[in-house]
Design a protein around this ligand. Structure first.
Ligand code: PMP
Length: 491
C-alpha cells in the first residue's frame, strides 16, 4: 500500500492539525491521491482519475526526465544562489531566449505569489508611483500585497478590504461581461474595454495619485477562462505607459506554451505587445516550487540603484533550476506546444458540437489546452449563470473519475487545463462523459442508485488497463434545484 495511514485517519489528523481555511477539492468526499503519472492520478484503492485541471503537472505528473534531473541534482548539491552555479544561469538564458526583447533579466523565486509581489516592488521602484490597476475577479496570489490586488478575494467583503491604491478595471469578458459581443457585433471590444482602463487612470490622476503598474493575466483564469479580445493589451499598455506606469503580465497559469502557438499568452495579442515585467510559476517546476520574474534591464537597474540587495534563500537553487531546465527541454523535445494546439483544437471542436444538444452550454472558448465551457440559463437572452448545474457537473464527473473544476465569479465556467500530454483519446473520453452528464442534468433529475458501468468508465489511453476495481453506487437523486454543495477552488 502507498498509504501510511487509513484515509479516515488522514481526514481526522487534517481536521485536528491543519488550518480549517486550507481548501480541499471535493470537500464533502475528498480524494486521497497516492500516486500519479502523465495525465492520470490514482487514489489509495488504485482507482484511476483523468486529470483535466492540473496545470502545474505541465509535462505530465512525475515525468521521468524531471524526476531524474531533480534526483541527480539533489544528490550532488543544493544550496542558495550566493554561490555561482551553472543551473541558474542556464535557466536564465533559456528563459530569456523564450521572451521577446528587452525581457532578458530574471529573478528566481519559489512561487507565483512571490513572483507577483516582487513584480509590484520592481514596478514601484522603477516608476516611483504607488497605485496599481487590476482586473475585476482577478487572483494574483496569497501574500498580503496580492490579496490587495485580487478582487476575487476582496470582492467577497470577508477579508481585507480593497486598499486606496488598488483600482479595479472591468474584466474584458465579451461573453457575459460589461461589453458583450452580442450587444456590439463586429465592434472593437478590445479597444472599448481598454478605454475603461484609460478613464480609470484619469480618475486616479484627478485624485493626485499615480499608476505604478497594470497587472493582468494574459488569459484570465480566475475571471472565468476569458480570452481578452484583440487590441485589448495593445491599447491598455499604451495608456498605462503614457501615465508613467509599467505593464505586468501574470503568466503563472497560462504560460510555458499552454496556448500552443506561443510560449506566452500575451504573444497572442501581437508581436508588438510586450509587457515590462512577466511573472511565471506553476508549470515551471512541474510540481516543484520554482517561479520567476522576467523584466527589462532598465527596470532591473532601477531596483539595483536603491542599494538594497535582493536575496531569496531558496529562489533559484540548483535543484529548482535543474527541474525548470528539464521542464523546458521536455516541452521542446516532446513538442508539447504542438500537442496543445492539436489536442486543444480537437477538444474545442468536439465541445462546441455539444452546444446543439445542450441548451445549458452557452459558450465554449479556449486556446491550446486552456478551455472553458460556460453554463448558462437563457443563453439567447440574459445568460444567467447555471451555478448549481456547474457544481453538479463537477460532482458527477468526479464519480466518473474525471477531475475538473469551475471558475469565474459565478463558478459556472467548467475549466480544463490538463497536463500538456493530454491526448485526443482523453479529449474524446471527456466529451463523451460530459455529454452524458449534461443529458442527465438536462433531464432534470440524476439517475437513482445506478451502479457504474465498467465499460463506460474505462479511461482510454493506457493499453489494456481496466482501472475499475470497485463497483460503487453513484449519486442518488440529485435535484438540480437544490444546492449540490460542491467546493469551488481557484488555482
Ligand atoms: N497568479 C495566478 C494567476 C495564479 O493563478 C496563482 C495561483 N493560483 C498565483 C499567481 C499564485 O501562485 P502561488 O500559488 O504559486 O503562490
Amino acid at each position: 500500500s502507498l498509504e501510511q495511514l487509513p484515509k479516515s485517519e488522514t481526514i481526522e489528523l487534517r481536521k485536528k492539525h491543519i488550518g480549517d481555511s486550507c481548501s480541499l477539492f471535493y470537500k464533502q468526499e475528498p480524494l486521497k491521491i497516492v500516486r500519479a503519472k502523465g495525465q492520470y492520478m490514482y487514489d489509495e484503492n488504485g482507482e484511476k482519475y483523468l486529470d483535466c485541471i492540473n496545470n502545474v503537472a505541465h509535462i505530465g505528473h512525475c515525468h521521468p526526465e524531471m524526476v531524474r534531473a531533480a534526483s541527480e541534482q539533489i544528490a550532488l548539491l543544493n544550496t542558495n544562489s550566493r554561490f555561482l552555479h551553472d543551473n541558474l544561469v542556464i535557466c536564465a538564458k533559456k528563459l530569456s531566449k523564450m521572451f521577446p526583447d528587452p525581457l532578458s533579466v530574471c529573478f528566481f523565486v519559489n512561487s507565483g505569489s512571490e513572483a507577483n509581489d516582487l513584480a509590484l516592488r520592481l514596478a514601484r521602484t522603477h516608476t516611483k508611483h504607488q497605485d496599481v490597476i487590476t482586473l475585476d475577479h482577478a487572483y494574483h496570489g496569497h501574500l498580503t500585497s496580492l490579496i490587495s490586488i485580487s478582487p476575487y478575494k476582496f470582492n467577497s467583503g470577508k477579508g481585507l478590504p480593497k486598499p486606496d491604491w488598488a483600482h479595479v478595471a472591468p474584466c474584458p469578458d465579451t461573453y457575459r461581461g460589461k461589453f458583450r459581443e452580442s450587444d456590439y457585433p463586429g465592434s472593437d471590444l478590445g479597444k472599448k474595454y481598454a478605454e475603461e482602463v484609460k478613464s480609470l487612470i484619469k480618475g486616479v490622476r484627478d485624485k493626485d495619485r499615480n499608476i505604478s503598474a497594470f497587472i493582468a493575466e494574459s488569459l484570465i483564469s480566475c475571471g472565468g477562462q476569458i480570452i481578452p479580445p484583440a487590441n485589448y493589451l495593445r491599447n491598455v499598455y499604451k495608456y498605462v505607459r503614457e501615465a508613467g506606469g509599467v505593464c505586468i503580465a501574470d503568466e503563472v497559469q497560462c504560460g510555458f506554451g499552454r496556448v500552443g502557438k506561443h510560449w506566452w499568452a500575451f504573444q497572442m495579442q501581437g508581436d508588438d505587445v510586450i509587457p515590462d515585467i512577466v511573472t511565471v510559476g506553476k508549470p515551471m517546476g512541474n510540481g516543484h516550487p520554482v517561479a520567476a520574474v522576467i523584466t527589462t534591464p532598465a527596470i532591473a537597474r532601477s531596483f539595483k540603484e536603491t542599494g538594497i540587495e535582493y536575496f531569496n534563500t531558496y529562489g533559484g537553487n540548483p535543484v529548482s533550476c535543474a527541474i525548470a531546465n528539464a521542464v523546458i527541454s521536455v516541452i521542446e523535445n516532446e513538442r508539447l506546444r504542438e500537442n496543445a494546439t492539436r489536442v486543444g483544437n480537437y477538444l474545442l471542436n468536439s465541445a462546441q458540437k455539444l452546444k446543439d444538444k445542450h441548451a445549458l452550454i452557452g459558450d465554449v472558448r479556449g486556446v491550446g489546452l486552456f478551455v472553458g465551457i460556460e453554463l448558462v440559463h437563457d443563453r439567447d437572452g440574459k445568460r444567467q449563470p447555471a451555478v448549481r448545474e456547474a457544481s453538479l457537473v463537477l460532482k458527477r464527473m468526479k464519480e466518473e473519475q474525471i477531475l475538473l473544476s469551475s471558475d469565474g465569479p459565478d463558478a459556472n465556467v467548467i475549466k480544463l487545463k490538463p497536463p500538456m500530454v493530454f491526448t485526443v483519446e482523453n479529449a474524446d473520453h471527456f466529451v463523451r462523459v460530459f455529454d452524458e452528464v449534461m443529458t442527465e442534468i438536462g433531464n432534470g433529475l440524476l439517475t437513482n442508485n445506478r451502479t457504474y458501468s465498467p465499460e463506460r468508465r474505462k479511461i482510454s489511453g493506457e493499453e489494456g488497463e481496466n482501472h475499475l476495481k470497485h463497483k460503487r453506487t453513484r449519486t442518488e437523486k440529485i435535484d438540480p434545484s437544490k444546492n449540490a454543495d460542491e467546493m469551488v477552488i481557484k488555482t
